[in-house]
Ligand binder design. Sequence first.
Ligand code: 3HC
Ligand code: NAI
Length: 709
Amino acid sequence: MNDLVSLTRQDEIAVITINNPPVNALSPGVPEGIKASVEAAQQDPAVKGIVLIGGGRTFIAGADIKEFGKITSGKGGRLSLHPVLETMENCPKPLVVAIHGTAFGGGLETAMAGHYRVAVATAQVGQPEVKLGIIPGAGGTQRLPRLAGVATAVQMCAYGDPVPAPKALEYGIVDKIVEGDLLAGAIAFCREIVAKGGPPRKTSELSGKLSDSGVYDFFFEAARSEARKKQRGIPAAQAAIDAIEAATRLPFAEGIKREAELFQQCLFSDQSKAMIHAFFGEREVAKIPGLPKEVQLYPIRRAAVLGAGTMGGGIAMNYVNAGIPVLLKERSQEDLDRGLNTIRKNYANSVKKGRFSQPVMDQRMALITPTLTYDGFDQVDIVAEAVFEGMALKKEVFAELDKVVRPDCILASNTSTLNIDEIASASSRPHMVIGHHFFSPANVMRLLEIVRGKASSNEVIATSMDLARRLKKVGVLVGNCMGFCGNRMFGPYRREAQLLAEEGAAVDAIDAALYEFGMAMGPMATGDLAGLDVGWRIRKEYKHLEIPGANYPDAEDQLCEMGRYGQKTGAGWYRYDENRKRHMDPEVDKVLEEIRKKKGIQKREIGKEEIVDRLIYALVNEGARILEEGIALRAVDIDIIYLAGYGFPAHKGGPMWYADTVGLKKVYDRVVEFHQRLGRFWEPAPLLKKLAESGGKFAEWTRTKGQEA
Ligand code: 3HC
Ligand code: NAI
């Protein structure tokens, strides 16, 4: 029919195949091709039934998300699926949709406009639009409840998680699971339907499941209230529920109109633009400018992890979860046992929660070989080093490794602060050394900052990026500097949080303001969770680098002097009860009062807006330096680091995107104001100034352009 959609015939069954690699998105041309094919098959008297199938690795991954940006920026863009879906549904000949890979978003909507659906067992269906800040816009909120019931439709549209084919069969979304060849199975199924005769089953005309028990006012109220908590700051989740409610109250055609109104509102929202930025951003960070495409990857078949503490244990779990066996080395039997017990406890918890079965846990544990020696290190392809933080120890360990591993073994340090080049200098092969900076808890957090040293080779960088994907992490390549990208920005963020407390903001008010902004957790609660002593130790080690006369906060150092390290000692910024519930603590007020006395600070009322601006713009200002220095490759890399590793809200797109959304002139003016009022920490980053003055955006800035400016 066109290059993207082909129509063939197997006897009396027409086969429509979509060929729009890599994921058969419904890009311009695809819906038109499907429509023309259905019409042609409908008119062909030799055709009795139709099968629609995806060519390549998947059915249809959804509408073409690239079109959305064009639509909202007025640069064209097309998204017109209704005509094709109507043609499919109204086709008088039975139309069977054959699903493999994913039928997501517009893909599932297309499938539901068919009369029947068959799928291979490994297929997945879903309405993930909410993860892009939108709702299904091609009838998903109207057809899905008719097939699967209202409660399932709410779950799928308001949360967006994929549903495996066997579950989809149970829900009534899919009619049959096909064993063996999908096309052959779909054709056979279609023939059965043809043989049965009768009019095709139109999803839009089904109504039995719309009056499921539980569909009362209170059901939707409860669903909205739950989504308000679980999908904080994402109006699309509420809109999806509204649209499904419309399906229960309005005729199909009117429900479709209501869905379209809500879809438009969501599409043009800042949240949606931010979430679409995050979607493409996660894929963009995998592309490293300057890294030759043909670069050879080192095979990673076996790994060793040094240190079975907080991080080493989690890192080992990541490897074995990906099927890579691990030698786990500690310095004493006691440390090794403690580390292994923690891993076992974590896995047992997952089994208890039903995430996987006991045999899976046993398999994973069996992939870990505990050891106190370097025996077997000559067999591993990578060593992940996670011993205590300290340059002397790291160098000692890297020198030891040099003697026991093969020349082609990657040496990856999990250091959070130390200079990768100096660590690499202890080895005779600095080109094999790189930073793999995981985030705590390492088995949960998705971010992996990959820190490139001066000498890290292209092969080691490319292998690390590939490994991140295998470990199901988002790998972001950054340059080497104190704190790398994420923690270097987090320093000023937490500094401002402390200073605000010293100036008079209540500890819980600071947390509440950032939580309301959308952060997973406020800065004080985060500090208490990670341990205030971590920063305290680092500050002591780097005291000599402090800028004389600058206004450093005293609060956390004082809390640590008192043994208040956070949750692990039962008290930090808050006091924690036996259930780990936090409470404000007058002791902390006393500490802050003392600091005010010592520093001559007049306590003042501080509003939410100042709290948020000071913390978020502290991130942005440092981010601008990091970008200009080339520590981050692009602004989007910083955004993804914050989204995947620091609990920054996806609907704000990351700190740099957020600043672009606010407007860099406005951000810059506020930074200048803080600079005048609060001193040298707030000196505006040159890039922020430049872009504010030229009306530019971080997202559009590239290094070459910037250097020319
Ligand atoms: N539109 C445009 N491009 C898409 C796309 C889409 N729907 N889905 C994936 N792509 C692109 C990716 O950007 C990537 O491009 P790149 O190679 O240039 O970086 C390429 O396809 C491959 O994607 P992945 O790297 O993500 O491939 P995976 O195999 O890891 O994952 C997937 C495949 C699970 C389908 C995943 O891509 C995905 O989740 N895609 C988005 C699904 C989605 O959100 N669909 C709903 C769209 S909105 C919609 O349909 C609205 C409708 O209701 C009207
Ligand atoms: P930890 O104190 O929990 O664990 C360190 C482990 O290393 C201990 O079990 C210790 O016995 C072991 N060890 C020490 N010397 C060893 C040696 N020579 N051989 C084998 N094992 C040895 O520390 P944590 O928190 O796991 O930190 C490890 C590294 O990860 C540090 O570099 C730290 O900066 C970094 N990191 C820590 C994060 C965190 O949140 N805790 C986050 C990201 C990085």
